[in-house]
Write a protein that binds this ligand. Structure first.
Ligand SMILES: [Zn+2]
Length: 172
């Protein structure tokens, strides 16, 4: 129940920060053309992540990721893949999507993944979750993975806040 409230609050904040984006409510009716998208995902427990030189323990909570898809099936196929828990780990984000207990998706057909990240950070709600995550080939962004900024954690009822507080990062 708590998680449902948080989810709705975050969905509203993301839609506000990204005019022109749409929450995916029916994947079958989502565009199969190229475009950018945002994922809102929830980790119930902490996650130890290691990929090359990137090493991090993600605290339980909500994360936001931006990407783009221009291959066969476009954004629809890509979001379907993200929402499947059984898959071969290929991208950084796959390590989170295989264990996430909630994944919402937003499509921004005209948007650019880097601009989506910039707008989300500008909203004041989100900050970098881990440098160079999902942005290895991006020269613009520090990361393509965000988490909720500490001041806003109080707006959410984080059931796991007490035991994860120490790992929320600077200011957490
Ligand atoms: Zn970028």
């Amino acid at each position: 129940m708590v998680q449902r409230t948080n989810r709705r609050w975050l969905i509203e904040r993301i839609l506000e920060a990204l005019p022109g984006s749409m929450l995916v409510t029916d994947i079958d009716r989502t565009s199969s053309g190229p475009g950018s998208y945002v994922l809102l995902l929830h980790l119930q427990g902490k996650l130890d992540f290691t990929r090359g030189s990137l090493r991090h323990t993600f605290a339980p909570g909500w994360y936001v990721y931006a990407g783009s898809a221009d291959g066969p099936g476009g954004v629809r196929a890509r979001i379907r893949r993200h929402q499947r828990s059984n898959k071969v780990i290929h991208w950084h984000i796959d390590s989170l999507t295989v264990v996430a207990d909630a994944i919402e998706a937003f499509v921004a057909e005209q948007g650019h993944e880097c601009e989506l990240i910039t707008s989300l950070v500008r909203s004041g709600i989100f900050q970098s979750a881990l440098r160079r995550f999902g942005s290895s080939d991006c020269t613009r962004c520090e990361t393509h993975l965000l988490m909720v900024r500490a001041p806003h954690c109080t707006a959410l009822s984080w059931s796991s806040l007490t035991d994860s507080r120490g790992s929320l990062g600077p200011g957490g």
